[in-house]
Design a binder for this molecule. Structure first.
Ligand SMILES: [Zn+2]
Length: 600
């Protein structure tokens, strides 16, 4: 076992597969030697290494990467633009003239950009021209991709075309992130770092991502054939990692890595393996497969933890098939509503029958519930599904709380009248009132950082181009990490909605659809996660989760914590474009392993 008794480091550089001598040498060398060593990491821009040199010593490759990124972030708009313009076009003139840096040449060739068909070449040429004209710098993409294995030419062209539609500010930041990703891959090569744990997890997510209810895209709905195959595959990997594994009566895949001593308590971790329709490959699955990969490493080294570690792949979280969420985690938490067994899916299949058809005994579901006194807590790793970590340039964040939410449906009734003959001051326009409400929600929810408000449905039933809207229906979704903030905002918004309706002579009906309290993460577990982040060379950054997660249900059993992992492509999720890098998965694995070793 590599853990040093009482040492601050719970994950050693050895665990990271990093040659200590390389980081040490970089830390101890002269500024000139440091800059020379990092030559080519940032294209034609040695000033970045020169400025970052003063931030030495670096505890880890992650700390070095962040220092280089911070230098660029602090350098101002002109220097950033110059950095972007120092990059060659993809399959552009410099490539053809043989004028690329060695690094760029290798990367472009790795994606087959040196072997473009005439059609691909013409398409890239056209995209380069449009992109340059629109943004004033060349299109930059880390062509080695999220895994470092290389994107296909097709994927590169699709990304290129998609990013052409970005607003300039967004695209400038995306281009800089791609520069940092290119630097990360080049640094890995320099330092001899291979994010092999992260790459394994990404590979596994790819394998599961190919098991789908649909011919295209990833859909894995509760108790379908794809869902059962996914469960069987996860159980296989768990057994291969040295765990015992079974699939319980609600379809959860439960893997257990026993403590050295019998009778120890249990730490639980995991997430869900079902998906939304046409969803992403990492949503939920990351939080199952990352700990399984870590256990494989522990098992290979003969290292046991001082508690039983249980990794659960929750069968259902998204509510796609039966419109009811958290089926898997509520069973474990002991709050599964047995009345749901009578729910029907869109094809008229009872939930009870879907379970029986898959070989499960619905009567055994209540017995899944855990005894809280045997548990140390629950930690869930999840892709962030938003842009906060991405925009801050951080791979990981500690979740402070899972937001509570209030949802309402508002029906407004005005008077439908002739659009040509009704003077502006004599209208009772339901849609104009709704427009005021939309802006009210936006304005009120912008007042506090953890508060968000959305009008996601906005309809003029039976509306017509030449009729003043007599009715309007809209939804309100208000969320915050703490309940007082949310409830105060709801009170303000509902009072103001009434005032708007009175002023405009509009009738108002309000239906409350949902109210869920926020779940605070346990400060003690957050502290341990934060410590692990700092030991990995990352700053601790806390953020609330605006989305619901299995941890909300698991909080009914005791302490919970969550670790968020950066989501690429602008933070998009519940979408095939959801992406993350092997490096981020890898550092999440290091942090989770460190966390596991601090819990006792
Ligand atoms: Zn999820």
């Amino acid at each position: 076992m590599r853990r040093r008794r009482g040492a601050a480091y719970h994950v050693t550089l050895d665990d990271l597969g990093v040659s200590m001598t390389t980081i040490q040498r970089l830390n101890e060398s002269s500024v000139d030697d440091f800059v020379a060593s990092l030559h080519g990491i940032y294209e034609h821009s040695p000033w970045i290494a020169a400025q970052a040199a003063s931030a030495r010593p670096f505890a880890s490759p992650a700390a070095l990467k962040l220092a280089l990124q911070a230098t660029v972030s602090g350098a101002g708009a002109d220097a950033q633009l110059a950095l972007l313009r120092a990059h060659p076009e993809l399959a552009g003139k410099a490539a053809i003239a043989g004028e690329l840096t060695a690094e760029s040449r290798g990367e472009q060739a790795g994606s087959g950009l040196d072997r473009c068909s005439p059609d691909d070449y013409a398409r890239l040429h056209d995209l380069n021209r449009q992109y340059n004209a629109r943004f004033g710098f060349p299109f930059i993409l880390a062509v080695k991709g999220p895994t470092g294995q290389g994107l296909t030419r097709q994927a590169i062209i699709e990304t290129f075309a998609r990013r052409l539609d970005n607003a300039r500010g967004d695209e400038l930041r995306e281009a800089l992130r791609q520069v940092h990703r290119i630097a990360e891959i080049r640094l890995n090569a320099l330092l001899g770092v291979t994010p092999s744990l992260g790459a394994t997890v990404i590979d596994w997510c790819e394998t599961l991502g190919a098991i789908s209810d649909s011919d295209t895209g990833l859909t894995c709905a509760y108790m379908t054939a794809a869902h059962q195959r996914t469960a069987a595959q996860i159980a296989d990997w768990m057994r291969g990692a040295g765990m015992t594994a079974h699939i319980d009566a609600v379809g959860n895949v439960v893997g257990r890595y026993a403590a050295a001593q019998a009778g120890a308590k249990t730490l639980m971790t995991g997430s869900h393996y079902d998906t939304v329709r046409n969803g992403g490959k990492y949503d939920g699955r990351l939080g199952i497969l990352l700990p399984v990969a870590l256990v494989a490493g522990l098992h290979a080294r003969g290292e046991r933890l001082p508690y039983d570690l249980e990794v659960i792949g929750f069968a259902e979280e998204e509510g796609v098939r039966y419109q009811s969420t958290f089926l898997g985690s509520s069973a474990v938490a002991g709050s599964f509503d047995l009345a749901l067994l009578g729910a029907l899916d869109a094809d008229g299949v009872l939930l009870r029958d879907a379970l029986a058809h898959a070989g499960h005994d619905p009567a055994a579901i209540p017995a899944i519930a855990r005894d809280p006194s045997t548990l140390l807590g629950f930690v869930e790793v999840h892709i962030e599904q938003g842009p906060v970590l991405l925009e801050r340039g951080l791979p990981l964040g500690v979740v402070s709380a899972i937001a509570g939410s209030s949802r309402y449906l508002v029906e407004l009734t005005g008077v439908a009248s002739h659009a040509g003959t009704t003077p502006m001051d004599m209208r009772r326009d339901a849609a104009a009132a709704a427009a005021e409400i939309v802006l009210l929600v936006e304005r009120r929810c912008a007042m506090q950082p953890s508060l968000v408000g959305t009008v996601g449905r906005l309809e003029v039933p039976g509306g017509s181009v030449n009729v003043v809207p007599g009715a309007c229906r809209l939804s309100l979704d208000i969320r915050a990490a703490d309940d007082l903030t949310r409830l105060a905002a709801v009170d303000d918004i509902l009072a103001e909605v009434s005032a708007i309706c009175v002023r405009r002579g509009i009738g108002e009906k309000l239906y409350k659809l949902l109210e869920i309290d926020a779940v605070a993460c346990a400060p003690g577990l957050m502290e341990r996660l934060g410590g692990a982040l700092e030991r990995a060379g990352l700053p601790r950054f806390d953020l609330p989760s605006g989305a619901g997660h299995d941890a909300m249900r698991m909080a009914q059993l005791g302490d919970v914590a969550m670790l968020f992992v950066r989501c690429g492509n602008g933070g998009i999720s519940h979408n095939p474009l959801e992406t993350m890098t092997a490096d981020d998965a890898d550092i999440a694995g290091q942090v989770l392993l460190d966390f596991f070793r601090t819990v006792c």
